[in-house]
Design a protein around this ligand. Structure first.
Ligand code: ZN
Length: 267
């Protein structure tokens, strides 16, 4: 059984008139506020109350995967206590508008757990999240445009994350993410996406960091239905299985190596 923790920022799902007024005051900004609150309703309709519900459902379609914890920004320590992370094989991260509100201390903790072997799956707008930036050392910046058609190309059919995925599949509506995507060269580029605007994007990338495996996957804009696409669901489950730790270590310090008795340099 692979133990998964889903971390969802869980901010836009709870956005209401009062919060909108606090964030964007002024009589002349009423239309913008109305749009933001309307977006919340759209998200709630697509995701049955919260994005983490959708993610939990799609993950647990595989009987080898168990979502042990759902953690959000508003919880103490963002829910990511050492006890929770010790009980996590793979951490799935969805976030969008409040990356800066994740304390550095928590992002450092996530990075350290990945370096010591925990798997990490960053979804969609997690591209500039603190854990991803700290693990990759780049900004994760890209260009974007909402409401496009997307074709996802399978560029690594032998990869475990691409198991059962066709040569390409389409998402009727998804947010365009385009190059240049500021990431280090991936170990494996498993998917590339194409959009109607002609843009292309490295939409499925793997890296190893320390003892941990990580995967970034683009689909999953909050108002679109990508997480209900069978291929997208399968890819996220495949990614969790691939990222399951092979080995976990307690610390990353340099151990002092004793000279072996066989060494010719031993006195
Ligand atoms: Zn988005």
């Amino acid at each position: 059984m692979i133990k998964v923790t889903v971390w969802n920022e869980f901010v836009q799902e709870q956005f209401d008139e009062a919060q909108a007024l606090k964030m964007i005051p002024g009589d002349d900004k009423a239309e913008i506020r109305k749009g933001m609150v309307a977006r919340t309703q759209e998200i709630l309709q697509v995701h049955n109350g919260a994005i983490h519900n959708t993610l939990k459902d799609l993950l647990e379609e595989d009987e080898d995967i168990q979502v042990r914890h759902i953690c959000t920004l508003e919880m103490d320590e963002c829910g990511l206590t050492k006890e929770v992370l010790d009980d996590t094989d793979v951490l799935v991260w969805w976030a969008h508008i409040a990356h800066d509100r994740v304390p550095d201390e928590i992002a450092d903790r996530v990075r350290d757990y990945v370096l010591r072997g925990m798997g990490f799956i960053a979804l969609h707008s997690a591209h500039p999240s603190k854990p991803m930036q700290k693990l990759l050392g780049t900004t994760g910046s890209l260009q974007w445009r909402e409401g496009d058609f997307c074709r996802v190309w399978n560029t690594c059919p032998t990869h475990p994350i691409a198991k059962g995925i066709p040569a390409s599949f389409e998402l009727e509506e998804e947010e365009m993410y385009g190059e240049f995507f500021d990431i280090p060269k991936p170990d494996d580029l498993v998917f590339i996406s194409w959009y109607r605007g002609g843009e292309v994007f490295r939409s499925g990338c793997t890296w190893t960091r320390g003892y941990g495996k990580m995967f970034y996957f683009q689909p999953g804009h909050e108002t679109n239905k990508s997480y209900f696409n069978e291929n997208v669901r399968k890819i996220i489950r495949n990614a969790v299985k691939w990222a399951e730790p092979t080995v976990r270590v307690d610390e990353l310090t340099c151990p002092h190596a004793e000279v072996s008795p066989e060494s010719k340099y031993q006195k």
